[in-house]
Design a protein around this ligand. Structure first.
Ligand SMILES: [Zn+2]
Length: 299
């Protein structure tokens, strides 16, 4: 964990979840806020030590590991807080995340943990794709969905704070089945990332890279590998339920899901790959005995 300077105005606090920081004149912008008070406290301490201003907060997407420390920042500083459209609804009402992961049922108490639900934030403005200014800072915001419904990356002074639009290789191999909500959008966003002009990028998890194109390609290869495995598996099974697919894929990739929270995240990710195969017309779904099943489309 350390505070890294990228260029004259761009910094990031490197940790298991990175926190970006940009300074321009008297404006200081924090990009994401870590999972909780203790993770963001280290960054605030660093800013105080270096006498750097903090006037704005931008949250890239409404996942608790990126916004959980935000309420503490709002408590300590008078920050103008912005977030992507739609994600801001979750940031103001964080109970929505365990609610949607639990399929709309009232979440069990064990789902109200800091990994799925952070303290609510006050949102001052909603951001859409395009140029945006935060005080003296000019930025370009790009909508890169797939990992989250309206996740946004932000480019300032030629540095891209990419959030979770791609992962470091280490993160991919650690999670084995990375959390995504839509594989087609994930792949589209990765391909778009390759075309964006920037000079260096900070992912949400991983390290700054001057040229992340090899890492982005690894992400594309990794997702394609999972899609290939899933298609072969369904071919072999003939017709298989979503529940069995989730269990088989988690077993095959030996993921760590000891409880309901992790299982729900993996269920969403596995379903995202299923939807991708449907999207490509490679598999079809139907209902048999009140069970949602998938099978390979006859050519
Ligand atoms: Zn995320």
């Amino acid at each position: 964990m350390s505070f890294q300077q990228i260029n004259t105005s761009c910094f990031y606090y490197q940790s298991s979840v990175n926190i970006g920081y940009v300074k321009q004149g008297d404006t200081g912008l924090l990009i994401d806020a870590g999972i909780d008070r203790s993770s963001v406290k280290k960054v605030l301490k660093e800013l105080r030590k270096r006498e750097l201003p903090l006037t704005h907060l931008f949250i890239t997407h409404a996942h608790a590991d990126h916004y959980g420390g935000g309420a503490y920042v709002q408590d300590q500083y008078n920050v103008h807080t912005s977030a992507p459209v739609f994600e801001e609804a979750v940031l103001r009402n964080p109970a929505l995340e365990p609610l949607y992961l639990f399929g709309g049922n009232d979440p069990l108490p064990e789902l109200k943990n800091k990994f799925l639900q952070g303290p609510p934030l006050k949102i001052d403005s909603v951001v859409e794709e395009g140029p945006v200014s935060f005080g003296e800072i000019s930025a370009d915001v790009f909508c890169l969905p797939g990992h989250s419904y309206q996740q946004m990356a932000i480019k300032i002074n030629d540095t891209l704070y990419a959030a979770d639009s791609y992962f470091s290789e280490e993160t991919l191999f650690k999670h084995r089945i990375p959390y995504i909500t839509d594989i087609s959008k994930t792949i589209e966003s990765l391909k778009r990332l390759r075309t964006l002009p920037f000079n260096g990028s900070v992912p949400g998890h991983g390290v700054f890279e001057k040229d992340p194109s090899a890492t982005i390609q690894s992400n594309l290869n990794y997702h394609q590998g999972l899609l290939n495995w899933l298609l072969e598996y369904i071919k072999e099974e003939g017709e298989v339920s979503q529940e069995t697919i989730v269990s088989s894929m988690c077993k095959h990739f030996d993921v760590h899901a000891p409880g309901l929270s992790q299982w729900l995240l993996y269920k969403t990710a596995v379903t995202a790959y299923l939807l991708g195969l449907m999207d490509k017309g490679l598999i079809e779904d139907r209902f048999v005995d009140y069970t949602w099943v998938f099978y390979v489309k006859c050519q």
